[in-house]
Ligand binder design. Sequence first.
Ligand code: BG6
Length: 487
Amino acid sequence: MQTDSSFTFVLFGGTGDLSMRKILPALYEAHRAGGMLADSGKIVAVARHIADRAAYIDWVNEHVKPHVSKNGVDETAWASFLDRIEFVKIDLGNPEDFTLLRDALSGRAGIRVFYLATGPSLFVPICRALASVGLNENSRIVLEKPLGYDLKSSNAINDAVGEIFAEEQIYRIDHYLGKEPVQNLLALRFGNVLFEPLWRREWVESIQITIAEELGVEARGDFYDNTGALRDMVQNHLLQLLSIVAMEPPHSMDSDSVRDEKLRVLRALKPIDPRDIGKVAVRGQYHAGVIRGSAVPAYATEPGVKPDSNTETFVAVKVEIENWRWAGVPFFLRTGKRLADRVAEIVVNFRAVPHSALGASALRGGANRLVIRLQPNETIRLYCLAKQPGEGMNLASVHLDLAFDRFFREGQMEAYQRLLLDVINGRLALFVRRDEQEAAWRWVEPILNEWATANKPPKPYAAGTWGPAAASAMLAQHGTCWLEEEN
Ligand code: BG6
């Protein structure tokens, strides 16, 4: 992980929510850990509403420090982290201001990273302004999601950015790919012989991927109301997780080998016939409810949300993959805001044994199940049946547990930290290539179009529940249920 070359990390949207909660805390953690960032590496924050560096440092102390490190702030490391930060005041609407940035960066050694923690409407103007002052050479650009609103707008951004930066310079970030258990899933699948023979239609009955949140739309009502859960979570995070679960073993872990295999999965997704959307996709919107004892308001009354909004805050969708490995195996993807729990997990349900000499309980589907918990409590569990102690042959479910924090006491890394280090060090494997992104948009578009034109309201669900009943009914048709509904 050692960085031997210098860098300048330019942060557009330097006072935004993402910079405050994720990017600057992740850079601080990398700095504090020591040896991950070159000593000479600098962070140049760009913002419009802040007067100068001193005012920016005040802002960082006030707003970023509270988000730093669960284990408290190391004041010495924090002070030296602040020394890395410089500031340039730029009005992004004024391309001439970019000469100030060019001057601030001139004569610096090492790679330049431009992180665009801004809305997608600014991606192209910023790239053009960077090119106009010659800053697109020897540099990398990081684009946050959402990249566009649909296939057409995403292509328009990619075309325009592609005229200025080569594909190898473009890092499209999907922070789910940086989560430790996702990396571990790769290690589990491709570092062991145990799973690979079972990882196919003959032995797998169904797969569930859930990203459930307790949070609502927070201060992002306006953005979210124009986006919805399908664009915010399914097109990117959930389809990326699905492609990692379903991909063939890559020939190596280099960036294009991994991304080629993920792309094959995305291209093999069975297109959804618009007439079937009601059967394979459920959309919901939360109403008022109670989460962990506190009343929470309905989505439609959140600030920035239109009172008659039809935007979905919940999606459950059945996906099929048309290839030899996965034909006929349903993948159920689900995400929602204001659900009963905050949990992200992948559940691989293996088939029941073909014949049981041990009684009916061994014939139950789901007796063997691999649960990869991405958050909270990152673990991988393999469920098996075992004999209960005592007389007779009574079976009970037990699990083998890979609890990362027990096995590896140190070195856990937040997703953003890993991904920012990857950008600085030029590792593209965990970033989304343009063709992957296009394939994902292509697959979700019939659903987007149908929902936009049908003009039917999403199904209501009370905040603090697991979403509309239709999501459970969809699985029941396949003789299965969501993991939390077991027993
Ligand atoms: C972001 C979405 O990409 O992911 C948010 O825009 C969502 O709406 C967030 O809350 C969830 O990420 P995490 O890592 O907190 O599960």
